[in-house]
Design a protein around this ligand. Structure first.
Ligand code: BDR
Ligand code: CA
Length: 305
């Protein structure tokens, strides 16, 4: 049976790829998509999410989530994802609309209404998930698992210590990691192994479907932006979470319990691995068999317009 998931995205370039994979893979039953502020302000991440869903023909409901971190000031990642948050592709006029109601309530109602069946897949700052846990404290015991993109056991990418999604709302991340929910952390340790190289981009540029055309235009921007920031090839951070849900055997993991640095400003948002404890179970992705990852993306392409 397909895995029921809710995506919580700050649609940016790699979030877009996560949506494509979640929509196009038979292993996944996409119940809904919530947009959160992160790579850009909420208005833009919501707009991008609706554009992507409309273009690929995804009919799952889209909701607006939190427009800011739960305590701190908003930070965005315009240097990588551009002014729109998804610079590169052009989209047809947008008809798909966000649902009424708040994304956090959608998360709570869906998880509580399908006990032990729903996997949450946050690929942006954890503001919505933390807020859902605060509003419904039973959620960590009822959710199947939370497979998140964020953190790093080594260096960060937003600061020398912190990965962007955790840095953008460290307090939210701390609530989630301390909630007792079963968590899988797809952090930089693993996502930086899944790189889109020039050869693969050239191969995909021969695919001419609407979805592949959007992917190719997005990735051209993403690759150039990553180059400007010293990375030869862009990482497929967010789709690693969807790939894990579809086929966990792609990844190797280690069990830890994760603490988030909140007090020391210089190291704010660093994810610190401590010995595993039963009340804070986190599997941290450490290795990826990329030969199993790309066929998933290609199958998603072939299932989408
Ligand atoms: C994360 O930060 C964002 O810019 C990407 O979309 C990804 O979720 C990587 O650090
Ligand atoms: Ca993201």
């Amino acid at each position: 049976m397909a895995e029921k998931i809710i995506l919580d995205v700050d649609t940016g370039h790699d979030d877009m790829v996560a949506i494509v994979m979640a929509s196009g893979l038979e292993e996944i039953d996409l119940l809904g998509v919530v947009a959160v502020a992160g790579n850009q302000v909420l208005e833009k991440t919501l707009h991008n999410t609706l554009n992507v869903c409309q273009l690929i023909g995804e009919s799952a409901p889209v909701f607006a989530g939190m427009d800011r971190p739960i305590i701190r000031e908003r930070v965005v990642a315009g240097d990588i994802h551009g002014k729109s948050g998804l610079d590169g592709p052009t989209f047809p006029p947008l008809n798909k609309q966000a649902e009424r109601g708040h994304g956090v309530n959608f998360i709570i109602d869906t998880v509580m209404g399908n006990p032990h069946e729903v996997t949450l897949v946050p690929t942006g700052p954890l503001s919505d998930i933390a807020m859902a846990i605060r509003l419904e404290p039973r959620l960590p015991k009822v959710v199947k698992q939370i497979v998140l993109m964020g953190g790093s056991l080594g260096a960060g990418n937003r600061t020398p210590y912190a990965e962007f999604n955790i840095f953008a709302d460290g307090e939210a991340a701390s609530i989630v990691f301390n909630s007792g929910a079963p968590i899988v952390m797809m952090g930089l340790d693993v996502t930086l192994q899944v790189l889109l190289d020039r050869e693969r981009l050239d191969r995909y540029s021969r695919f001419s479907s609407k979805t592949a055309t959007m992917f190719n235009a997005s990735m051209k921007h993403y690759m150039a932006a990553c180059r400007l920031h010293g990375a030869e090839y862009p990482a497929m951070h967010d789709p690693c979470c969807v790939a894990y849900v579809a086929d966990p055997t792609i990844f190797t993991t280690e069990e830890h319990s994760i603490e988030v640095e909140l007090k020391d400003e210089e190291r704010y948002g660093k994810t610190i691995a401590l010995p595993p404890t039963p009340n804070k179970p986190t599997l941290v992705g450490m290795g990826a068999d990329t030969s199993l990852f790309w066929p998933l993306l290609e199958r998603a392409f072939s299932n989408l317009p």
